[in-house]
Design a protein around this ligand. Sequence first.
Ligand SMILES: [Zn+2]
Ligand SMILES: [Zn+2]
Length: 174
Amino acid sequence: MLLTVSDIPDDGLIQNLELPITLDDAGNPDIARASLKIFKIKNKVLIDGSIKIDVSIKCVRCLHEFKYSLDETFKEEYNPADEPLNEGDQQPSGTEPDLGFYRNDRIDLAELIKEQVILSLPMKSLCRSGCQGICPVCGKDLNKGSCTCRTEEVDPRLAPLQKLKESINNRKTS
Ligand SMILES: [Zn+2]
Ligand SMILES: [Zn+2]
């Protein structure tokens, strides 16, 4: 899905796109619905967009795939790659859109949308708040009930150690 920069009319362009998106660890593509308002100011391209997608991702604790509903708006700014930014081009911090560059009069909108989806995903996604994860010993999904591996009594003096062990296990599954 390539946008040709010189084709953008002076009064802007609206693109409504449906794009299949596959993230690395998920199988079937999910459809992203994006609406983009595209403007050109001299060589600079401004894209004001919104994306909706129910994207398949894996829970970092139990590794089950689940649908994460994403509804994001974003602003992206593209400059021609061979033109360095002047200091005067910088926006006040906080409102600064992500800076991108385009080459050969082309912007890959599919790439932009995929990038925005990835940026909008939480770093550690849980299928539900308080997901119990899987037992590191037997692999049982602890959301469906406890297993026998963890029933041994923990000496209260060793409890902090047990906590540490758990946090290490949690880190392993993330
Ligand atoms: Zn989970
Ligand atoms: Zn177990």
